[in-house]
Design a protein around this ligand. Structure first.
Ligand code: 5AD
Ligand code: SF4
Length: 439
């Protein structure tokens, strides 16, 4: 009998890719994906623990699901992903959740569902040193019709002192390049026009067995050769090991997008040291200089957060000054959120008052808006190839898409449709979007 599965994904792109692994594993068990939550026999929520507010959203969502279960008492609810890993069986206390599966337990979901059918809740938060979901071809979900994600490694070995990820996703493992290439080929064969390779730290990708010895630039190069009309992206790079070889590979390969997301976190070397980032301000600025030298039109984006342990006004000023010096095109900006279980939670007091964090974040956001606007204004008059992703929200006569630098671009639809590559000349902009005409 076919049962209906509704999957909802929160957090990072890694979770999007994982939901596709889960859809594939459960597809084998005759679960069919539905985008209508009310007809689902099984609702899975793929969760994120990176900051407290990410978890709060999920708790609110679970409250809402209680209503669904009242209407359909046979409904099964599962929590998967990072919050499942972090909280384990605490999530089953509310009599709503039947299944709790951490990021390395997805192959076991069919057995867990059988157990849940008997009325017992099933919890598996075992982390593995080996699990890479080898041999599972992810089932692509509707939302990513033209852009697909492929994970190239799992887990993280960096142990930044503030970060929960090494505890929720375990040790770093690089996937077999053959599996990666097969997944990319499958995406290309189903009409995808852009593929993003994913890992917590793609630069430390390394796969060595028998005759194979591949680092990340090697893998990127092989992937890019499969079909040169398909764009390749990757995320996330760690500044401590973004190599010249990688920058050169991007520079010399036409279909690898000229965009690097390079999370800086803070502009203060003192903070970076407390965060265990293993680079300092000068190192970061030198890497940016190298990128700009070899790839002059490279889009550069970042993650930055304020209010970490002991952050002073002078440290914060350093962050603002680094942002100005780099001139980031775009940034994800946060306030520090202490996560139980991390090194910082036990050793580095969360001692910056909330109102100071708020004030600093506002300053960071205001500055980034200015920088994004400046960067976008500098694009007026330039022509970009844009991959159309969908109809613009404001007008059905316009499409939106992204250029190589990952900037959002809105342009006239004419005879184009989502999935097409379109040449667009930029005529206008806001801090968030470029606007243009067909070139
Ligand atoms: N508090 C706030 N932001 C965090 N990040 C990671 N951990 C925390 C935390 N405890 C941010 C970092 C990272 C991004 C994914 O989330 O900037 O790059
Ligand atoms: Fe959230 Fe990090 Fe887990 Fe991704 S890896 S879901 S960002 S906690």
């Amino acid at each position: 009998m076919t049962r209906k599965l509704y999957i909802e994904t929160y957090g990072c792109q890694m979770n999007v890719a994982d939901s596709e692994v889960v859809a594939s594993v459960l597809g084998e068990e005759h679960y069919e994906i539905t985008d209508n939550e009310s007809e689902a026999d099984l609702v899975l929520i793929n969760t994120c623990s990176i900051r407290d507010n990410a978890e709060q959203r999920i708790w609110n969502r679970l409250d809402a699901l209680k209503h669904n279960k009242k209407i359909n008492p046979g409904l099964k609810v599962g929590i998967i992903g990072c919050m499942a890993e972090r909280l384990g069986d605490k999530l089953t206390d509310n009599k709503l959740v039947n299944i709790v599966a951490g990021p390395d337990a997805y192959r076991k979901l069919p057995n867990m569902l059988s157990l849940a059918d008997t009325g017992t809740s099933a919890v598996d938060t075992e982390l593995s040193k080996e699990e890479t979901y080898a041999g599972i071809l992810p089932k692509r979900l509707e939302d990513n019709a033209f852009g697909g994600f492929v994970s190239i490694s799992r887990g993280c070995n960096n142990f930044c002192t503030y970060c929960i990820v090494p505890y929720t996703r375990g040790r770093e493992r690089s996937r077999d390049p053959e599996d990666v290439l097969n997944e990319v080929k499958a995406l290309i064969n189903t009409g995808h026009k852009e593929v993003t390779l994913l890992g917590q730290n793609v630069n430390s990708y390394h796969y060595k067995t028998g005759n194979t010895d591949m680092d990340f630039p090697d893998l990127l190069k092989s992937v890019s050769k499969l079909d040169t009309s398909v764009r390749i992206r990757f995320t996330t790079s760690h500044p401590k090991d973004i190599s010249d070889k990688l920058i050169e590979t991007i520079a010399e390969t036409e279909n690898i997008c000229n965009h690097i997301h390079l999370p800086v976190q803070s502009g203060s070397s003192r903070m970076l040291n407390l965060m265990n980032r293993k680079y300092d301000r000068d190192w970061y600025l030198e890497r940016i200089r190298k990128i700009r030298e070899l790839i002059p039109n490279c889009g550069i984006t970042t993650d930055v957060f304020c209010g970490f342990h002991d952050e002073s006004e002078a440290d914060h000023e350093q962050t603002l000054s680094l942002m100005k010096e780099v001139r980031f095109d775009w940034a994800f900006m946060f306030k520090y959120s202490e996560r139980a279980g991390t090194y910082a939670a036990t050793h580095l007091k969360d001692n910056v008052p909330e109102e100071v964090k708020t004030k600093r974040l506002q300053e960071i956001i205001a500055l980034q808006r200015e920088l994004s606007l400046k960067s976008n204004r500098a694009d007026i008059g330039k022509t970009f190839t844009v991959l159309a992703e969908g109809i613009s929200k404001k007008s059905d006569k316009e499409l939106f898409g992204r250029n190589e630098q990952n900037k959002a671009v809105v342009f006239p639809k004419a005879d184009y449709k989502p999935g097409d590559y379109v040449k667009v000349s930029v005529t206008d902009c806001s801090s968030a979007t470029l606007r243009g005409i067909l070139a």
